[in-house]
Design a protein around this ligand. Structure first.
Ligand code: SAM
Length: 220
């Protein structure tokens, strides 16, 4: 997702108290940013933030960081957050954002600092020569392995079958443990319990595309 340049987006993202600007300096100290020492879950490629906003509302005992590289997209998430605060009085004290490229994740998080990573409807990068850019490539799994705590999980949803099959191969190759694998999440009653829809999930399930999901645990 890349929205057209939105006037004011760069400025709003730079000035928002919810977007952490000097993330390198917070490495290993994220609990200080939140003022609460509790588990840290991140979403990589958050888009407009519907998923992580809802999670943070449901789970105040967890700290959340949404990661999105484009200011135009993050700006939409900030606008929605502001609206929810104005209209419903919700503050989301356990939710922050980073406007960075996920390939630099180990610069921003200490070893084992993150407890869970969500990847939702990640860009498929269909050309073979771009495979390393896919957020479930072995290169990205190695970055996740570095920042995840022992026993830490990655949860991935997509409607893109080729990307899903590629991801399963990469998981196997990288020695991660496959805990959950479904090709049709929305028809699995048990897995749907507590499922939080993302923007893309709603869009593609409305088109009757089956939604695939996997949950993996980092190698010991
Ligand atoms: N997760 C949302 C959803 O499910 O509705 C948005 C999905 S959208 C297809 C993918 C998002 O990931 C885009 O907003 C894109 O800018 C972001 N993204 C892709 N690669 C990224 C990277 N390397 N670092 C940070 N964000 C990235």
């Amino acid at each position: 997702m890349r929205l057209r340049n939105i006037p004011g987006a760069d400025e709003a993202v730079s000035n928002s108290p919810w977007v952490i600007q000097d993330a390198e300096t917070k490495k290993g100290k994220w609990s200080e940013v939140f003022g609460k020492n509790q588990p840290l879950y991140i979403e990589v490629g958050m888009g407009k933030g519907q998923f992580i906003t809802e999670l943070s509302r449901r789970n105040p005992e967890i700290n959340y960081i949404g990661i999105e590289r484009y200011t135009s997209v993050l700006y939409r998430a900030l606008q929605k957050r502001e609206l929810l605060t104005e209209e419903c009085g919700e503050e989301f004290p356990n939710l922050r954002y980073l406007c960075v490229d996920a390939k630099d994740l180990p610069n921003f998080f200490g070893k084992g600092e993150v407890d869970r990573i969500y990847l939702n409807f990640s860009d498929p990068w269909p050309k073979e020569r771009h495979a390393r850019r896919r957020l479930t490539s072995r290169e990205f799994l190695a970055r996740y392995e570095e920042i995840l705590a022992n026993g830490g999980l990655v949860e991935f949803k997509t409607d893109n079958r080729s990307l899903f099959d590629f991801s399963l191969e990469e998981v196997k190759e990288s020695g991660w443990e496959l805990l959950v694998c479904t090709y049709d999440l929305h028809h699995d009653k048990e897995l749907m319990e507590g499922n939080v829809m993302t923007e893309y999930e709603r869009k593609f399930s409305n088109l009757r595309n089956p939604i695939h999901k996997l949950v993996i645990r980092k190698p010991n």
